[in-house]
Design a protein around this ligand. Structure first.
Ligand SMILES: Cc1cc2nc3c(=O)[nH]c(=O)nc-3n(C[C@H](O)[C@H](O)[C@H](O)COP(=O)(O)O)c2cc1C
Length: 380
């Protein structure tokens, strides 16, 4: 096999190894995909200032995110159904993150359950909460996250309703997969993936089955989940969750300076500037374009994180330069997972780390915490 040297190599390999409907589920955005594309493309507009003859012998990318020490300011973003990119996907990704020293965030819509991930890892992970109409279920989820010693709660605010990804509809994406001739072919043409899936019991929404009222059968879970996203979610609910969870609270999906002020007032510990990876409001600005106004609006009063479009360590550095204390990767680690399982996620992290470290050094810096906007050239 030719060596994997960049995230694009992992994407290409994942495309060959993951059945089409699950690969497309990852590698698409909503409607025209303009925001999905802008997330990546807008990073390229930011040019670095190279410096020379600076002593760059000793360097560190160590930092903190929401009070937690991190080997570099990159966390694994919550992604639904990661366990369908590769058998036991969430457990494998959490292990890779733990070994590397970065946070892993488990989605409410994961395949492996909170308890299962906790049983197969040592380091505390973060839990991402979707607020469902069934508030008793939400309370129980929070209690389960606490019992599993999750060290932060990431509350997603931008999925009260769902953007449409055309390809998921065309592919007939469903959990568990519906067996039509084309879906069967998509799976059977990926024998390595099939072998993994046949060898694991984890093939459905682990946090929901047996936990949500009236959802005990495999078949009803996906419909329940779709029906349950609560369009009524508002800042009073955020205040309610703030009262229920006394650990670190991170609000994900903020794109607007006014919302950032409201997030600050809610008593949260951090916000994530995010457009859900271009999967919700198509036509919204890229996350990296939205970041500076939000940083300006809240200053140092709340930690600002960002995600969307990060495909290299240079992108992490650009985000840091524009004021993001931390970043998250979604697709970059999912490609690694689909391509090579746990080793692929580790490879993703190694690639990003090396690119971040060297690019920081080219800009004349030796400590990621000292990087600021001055490493970027003014826009022409
Ligand atoms: C396949 C996929 C599933 C996702 N599922 C969730 C989820 O369950 N909860 C959530 O808060 N965000 C979810 N997201 C959004 C990510 O957390 C993150 O915001 C986004 O992936 C960042 O963009 P990137 O993929 O370009 O790095 C998902 C993203 C993808 C690609």
């Amino acid at each position: 096999m030719t060596p994997v040297t960049c995230i694009e190599d992992l994407r290409a390999l994942a495309r060959r190894r993951v059945p089409r409907m699950f690969y497309d589920y990852v590698d698409t955005g909503s409607w025209t995909q303009s925001t999905y594309r802008a997330n990546e493309a807008d990073f390229q507009q930011l040019k670095f200032r190279q410096r020379v003859a600076v002593d760059i012998g000793q360097r560190s990318t160590r930092s903190t995110m929401a009070g937690q020490a991190v080997a570099m300011p990159v966390a694994l973003a919550p992604t639904g159904m990661a366990g369908l990119q590769h058998a036991d996907g969430e457990i494998l990704a959490a292990r890779a993150a733990e070994r590397f020293g970065v946070p892993f965030t488990l989605s409410t819509a994961s395949i492996c359950s909170i308890e299962d991930v906790a049983a197969h890892t040592h380091a505390p992970f973060w839990f991402q909460l979707y607020v469902m109409r069934d508030r008793d279920f939400v309370v129980r989820l929070i209690e389960r996250a606490r019992a599993a010693a999750c060290s932060a709660l990431v509350l997603t605010l931008d999925l009260q309703i769902q953007g449409q990804r055309h390809q998921d509809i065309k592919n007939g994406l469903s959990v568990p997969p519906r067996f039509t001739p084309s879906s069967l072919w998509a799976m059977l043409s990926r024998p390595r993936w099939c072998a993994g899936m046949l060898g694991t019991p984890r093939r459905n929404f682990g946090n929901i089955i047996g936990h949500a009222k009236g959802v005990n059968s495999v078949a009803g879970v996906a419909e329940w989940t779709l029906r349950q996203f609560d369009p009524a979610l508002n800042w009073n609910d955020v205040a309610w969750i703030r009262r229920l969870w006394d650990g670190k609270l991170i609000l994900k999906g903020v794109q607007d300076a006014e919302d950032a002020q409201l997030a600050l007032a809610s008593g949260a510990d951090a916000i994530v500037v995010s457009n859900h990876g271009g999967r919700q409001l198509d036509g919204a600005p890229s996350s990296i374009a939205a970041l500076p106004a939000i940083v300006e609006a809240v200053g140092e009063r709340i930690e600002v994180h960002m995600d969307g479009g990060i495909r290299s360590g240079q992108d992490v550095l650009r985000a840091r330069a524009l004021g993001a204390r931390g970043t998250y990767i979604g697709r970059a680690f999912l490609y690694g997972l689909g391509a090579l399982g746990e080793a692929g996620v580790t490879r993703t992290l190694e690639i990003l780390h090396k690119e971040l470290d060297l690019s920081m050094a080219f800009c004349g810096h030796t400590d990621i915490n000292a990087v600021d906007r001055s490493i970027l050239l003014p826009r022409t």
